[in-house]
Design a protein around this ligand. Sequence first.
Ligand code: NAP
Length: 284
Amino acid sequence: MAARRIDGRAVAAAVKERVKVDLAAYEEESGRAPGLATVLVGEDPASEVYVGMKVKACAEVGIRSIHQQPPASIRQEELEALVEELNADDAVDGILVQMPLPDHLDSDRIVALIDPLKDVDGLTPVNAGLLAHGTPGLTPCTPAGVMELLAHEGVELEGADVVVVGRSKLVGVPVARLLLMANATVTICHSRTRDLDAVCARADVLVAAVGVPRLLGTAAIKPGAIVIDVGVNRLEEGLVGDVDYEPAAEVAAAITPVPGGVGPMTIAMLLHNTLQAARARSGN
Ligand code: NAP
């Protein structure tokens, strides 16, 4: 039987609607709209598209955008000074530095400089530490989006066997931590995992965050599993995930498509985080 297609666009639209309503209430109470600063270094076309989508989504829910686009030649000290300036700017509730940065820049140092209260990507060491501690501050957007999709699908995580493929700071580790907080039994796989398919095939819920097109096929999917494909791989034929969608959909109970699954959730959760940051900064 074909799996249910998890519609990330629809769930993201519902999250945005929720943010819009909550934001109107925040604005009425505080007399101001939240502001999100986007920093895009250089003119990489793919990054310009991503940032453009984020700025557009902000406008849709009533978040003010403050866009900064320094040239690719910007020096480390200059970019650090820009981040410090945004940290000090009271009109800015969230700061997003679009990755990747040009090679001559130290992205870890830049991220670490962002005020943790304005870290709407949830990537600073402080927010990563709070998440590891089990007391999350601002949570990384893609992992938060995965959890929102699972909640929307009514997936019972307590006691479930969940396998996460990928252990990046951006996706794999934080999503595993959130799943653990939801009382799932979590296994994290990576490039040195032995017999990946066999480990994945034990999973009631499989989360793929690898970046290898169609790495996981039917041998990696337990019949009736819920499959969340975070992967975005650009091939000549278009975007594909880390899961081989068509055959996987014959085995799984529900599966996210690529595109139209996790991707839209990332932007929706950025809006959610920006409102959360604004509220926390104004003490409500
Ligand atoms: P990353 O930093 O490159 O991490 C990839 C992870 O996959 C690493 O932990 C790596 O293991 C593991 N891996 C690589 N090859 C493997 C293999 N053959 N078998 C098992 N594990 C393997 O990537 P990322 O930033 O986490 O992103 C992962 C994917 O999600 C990418 O396709 C990215 O474009 C996509 N993504 C999508 C969104 C969205 O909004 N939809 C957001 C962020 C990322 P090691 O640690 O051992 O190297």
